[in-house]
Design a protein around this ligand. Structure first.
Ligand code: 6GP
Length: 832
């Protein structure tokens, strides 16, 4: 008692020195920790707890070990004060954490032993965990892979995002139709996060802007009308083979303490509390559309809420050690993940100018040095626009700042472009029109020092189409970093048999940190012993998948069949419809064969999975079509095991972990020029599934790595697309295509009226995604895949070469490129 802070610290350090420093990882220590958590955290008796409670206790014991490293890492970062990367993303699709954590901590075997001695099976407990699904699709899962790489490569990085109460909706299928249900992911607690009640910041909204004179200078001052508290929830992200564990800080909205005291004094106690509670809605729910946003107030509030809290946190950390904002760009890199967090640019300007009283031009100079952005789509509708009225009401001062930024931009552009008003209006941050809007992408482009695409081809599209004007003006800003995925999750966690094969044949586990080594497998691509192990691995994984399919859909599938998979968000540009029409064609062919022809058919299990945005009617019809085709095909005695069609409901990260290792052939069918990169294909590639793909996004680079002969490429190339669209021939171009569309139209699978509008989307002259013109080429690629599958040795060789050529597609490579070319950060490795 009575000690001051310094004395207390000294005392704690002395005590700490006397204790055994680290938690121990031998079986007995782990068991003790797990049982302690059963008793004291889960509060169950040590002799009476179920699998879920055992999972919770296990997770808490892992969390303790994460926290230990995470503390050390942050102490170390604080001591070294390196330039830090702050990764701002509205979405992170983390999936499960348990197995990833124990693998990255290097204590998986110890845990498995400890648990089996207690009578538990690690695998069974791991299955108890739900997914953290705080994101929609590719962009969000990429952010999760990149966090893993940032931690593993020892970069001093922080992730910042929103802690949604409800993640991405659960998809349930009723009579073949998608229904959405809320994802109550936090209902049973979340052991992977640490609530930081004392790390909280007020975030302000609405109100007015007034003029004030401060030290003889007139300033604009924002008088906000509402304040919401942002409370931090920290999620430790452990690196593999390092002590470093970085932080993913997610903000939750809580009512502010200073909230409208007046309503309490007026006696309206109940309503005052109810109103207070409304603040929490900001972080309630993730928007389920992954590329069309309607300028909704809540969405804007979510964006500003997490951006404002993150920037307050970042600036507080900077000010702990520095007092001159000139040093800010030496200590801070801010990455904007797609256009969603772009409001951060206006917020930085507001803080520097209004609160820190820097000159406008000095502040702008700083902002231009710290921000970089990555664009994840090609569709113009994915670039967010916010109506001026909305922005002006929610963030009045920010609107003024954006006008000012735009004024400076236009002045600068006029000097270069003269009177080219068309171009000026295209480049303006303000879009004139029926509804005047702020173009968030243009705001980012005006400020960021680097604008990244996510594959080489994607950068071309940005340069020549989406951001052509900006590229012509500032070519040096434009770069690309081909996406990558983490081999830790996508091989080590999800495909342990493949992981052991790779380590055995390479004679080292070093590829888990340095995946380039995986190319060493090429040497053994024809080795019969490796072939035997490889085929066995695939079979085991297919067995697991087959069991899963049977449990979910009651469809029994043959392990000898080719498992052919397309899993991803349902989108017209991703062309799941092409896949289904191809399946109908296959079905139609089988129906018209005699027995001897049938013997030559390569049996297939066609697996499709993915969610449709709740308001996306065409996508929902595609899901229904898949089901009606499955219903007919799967019970047709003429077909038997030659063809089975399966729709896997509620596709998410853990489902992907199960499906990908069991896949023989995976499909990536986007119309050329529409998939910015694609990352699913990389996960399949790593797992030795062969790719049937268009020359789109990263598939082009995959072909360069593994050789086009080792995959099945088809369809129009990017530069052929405009002419094909112009020509507008679809049904006439291919009789086969006309026939299968006709079958759907005529009600061969039922629901004739319902599918009419879906069929219309591929009709003559309307077939924007070119299903008709690519159909023949698609069928040829499918036939080539069938032929290859017949020769199992050849197939296995191609599969080995796919895995061996996947090294480039690790997020470790992507992150190293970002660190060097965009962020200017260096590793900062916490000593063991
Ligand atoms: C996706 C792109 O569609 C995909 O091609 C890419 O691989 C992925 O981002 C990661 O870069 N985009 C989205 O998920 C999205 O929401 C707005 O874009």
């Amino acid at each position: 008692a009575g000690l001051n802070l310094g004395e207390r610290k000294a005392k704690a350090e002395k005590m700490f020195g006397l204790m055994d420093v680290f938690l121990k990882n031998d079986a007995v220590s782990l068991q003790k920790d797990i049982l302690d958590h059963v008793e004291f955290t889960v509060a169950r008796s040590r002799f009476n707890f179920d699998d879920f409670e055992a999972y919770q206790a296990l997770a808490h014991s892992v969390r303790d070990r994460l926290i230990e490293r995470w503390h050390d890492t942050h102490q170390y970062f604080k001591k070294k004060d390196p330039k830090r990367l702050y990764f701002l993303s509205l979405e992170f699709l983390m999936g499960r954490s348990l197995t990833n954590s124990v693998i990255n901590l290097g204590i998986q075997d110890q845990y498995a032993d400890a648990l089996s001695q207690l009578g538990f099976d690690y695998e069974v407990l791991a299955e108890q965990e739900g997914d953290a699904a705080l994101g929609n699709g590719g962009l969000a899962r990429l952010a999760a892979c990149q966090m893993d790489s940032l931690a593993t490569l020892d970069y001093p990085a922080w992730g910042y995002g929103l802690r949604y109460q409800y993640g991405l909706f659960r998809q349930i299928i009723v009579d073949g139709f998608q229904h959405e249900q809320p994802d109550f992911w936090l209902n049973f607690g979340n052991p992977w996060e640490i609530e930081r009640v004392h790390v909280s910041y007020p975030v302000k909204f609405y109100g007015t802007v007034e003029e004030e004179v401060l030290n003889g200078k007139t300033c604009r001052v924002w008088i906000p009308a509402e304040s919401v508290e942002a409370v931090a929830y920290d999620n430790p992200i452990p690196g593999y083979g390092t002590r470093n564990a970085i932080n993913l800080r997610l903000w939750a909205a809580k009512p502010s303490d200073q909230y409208d005291m007046e309503s309490y004094t007026t006696g309206d106690y109940i309503n005052a509390i109810v109103n207070r509670q409304k603040a929490e809605t900001i972080s309630n729910v993730l928007y389920p559309d992954d590329r069309s946003y309607q300028g909704k107030e809540l969405r804007l509030k979510q964006q500003y809420f997490f951006v404002s809290a993150s920037l307050q946190d970042i600036i507080r950390r900077f000010k702990d050690l520095h007092n001159n904002f000139d040093e800010f760009p030496e200590k801070v890199a801010l990455q904007i993940n797609d256009t969603h967090p772009s409001i951060a640019i206006a917020e930085v300007m507001r803080v520097l100018v209004d609160e820190e009283h820097l000159d406008w031009s000095k502040a702008w100079g700083i902002a231009c040095k710290i921000f970089s952005v990555t664009i994840h789509a090609v569709q113009p509708e994915a670039l967010e626009k916010v109506p001026i009225d909305l922005l002006g009401s929610v963030l009045p001062r920010h609107l003024e700042i954006i006008y000012e930024i735009n004024y400076c931009l236009m002045e600068e552009l006029k000097k270069i472009l003269g009177q080219d008003y068309d171009k000026l209006s295209r480049m303006s941050i303000i879009e004139e029109g029926a509804v005047k809007c702020i173009r968030m992408a243009n705001l980012s482009l005006a400020c960021c020092h680097t604008v990244n695409g996510v594959s080489r081809l994607h950068l071309e599209t940005l340069k020549t189409r989406v951001f052509k004007d900006f590229y012509e003006l500032w070519p040096q800003k434009f770069q690309f970093k081909t996406n990558g995925v983490t081999q830790r999750r996508w091989i080590v966690v999800s495909n342990p048999s493949l992981c052991s094969i790779i380590s055995k044949w390479l004679g080292t586990e070093a590829w888990i940190r340095n995946v380039d080594l995986i190319a060493g497998l090429r040497e053994y691509a024809e080795d019969p012993d490796l072939h035997a192990e490889w085929k066995n691995m695939k079979k085991v994984n297919k067995m697991r998948l087959a069991e899963y399919i049977e449990t979910l859909t009651s469809v029994k599938v043959s392990l000898d069949a080719m498992f052919d998979v397309q899993i991803k968000r349902i989108h017209e540009y991703k062309r799941q419809l092409l896949n289904i029409l191809g399946i109908i064609h296959r079905y139609d062919c089988i129906k018209n064969m005699d027995e001897s022809d049938k013997r030559r058919v390569v049996p297939r299990v066609c697996i499709i999975g993915g969610k449709a945005a709740p308001g996306y009617e065409v996508a929902k019809k595609i899901i229904k079509l898949c089901h009606v085709v499955a219903d007919k095909v799967n019970i047709d005695p003429d077909v038997g095991d030659l063809l089975k069609v399966v729709f896997i409901p509620d596709y998410n990260v853990s489902v992907a972990e199960l499906v990908i290792p069991g896949t023989d052939l995976s499909q990536h069918l986007s119309t050329a020029g529409h998939e910015a990169s694609g990352t699913g294909c990389m996960k399949f590639l790593m797992n030795g599934s062969l790719l049937l793909a268009t020359a789109d996004g990263s598939a082009v680079e995959i072909a360069e790595e593994i050789g086009a002969a080792n995959m099945f490429l088809f369809g129009a190339k990017v530069d052929e697309v405009p002419a094909l669209r112009e020509k507008g021939t679809s049904l006439k171009g291919s009789l086969q295509f006309a026939r299968v569309v006709r079958m759907v139209r005529d009600g061969h699978f039922g629901f004739k009226d319902y599918f009419k509008s879906l069929c219309d989307t591929v009709e003559e002259g309307k077939d924007f995604y070119l299903l008709g013109s690519d159909f023949a080429s698609y069928l040829e690629a499918q036939a080539a895949a069938d032929r290859a599958f017949v020769d199992q040795e050849k197939w296995t060789q191609m599969s080995i070469l796919s895995t061996a050529g996947s090294g480039k597609f690790s997020s470790d490579r992507t992150i190293e490129e970002y660190a060097e070319q965009s962020w200017g950060i260096e590793p900062c490795k916490c000593p063991f």
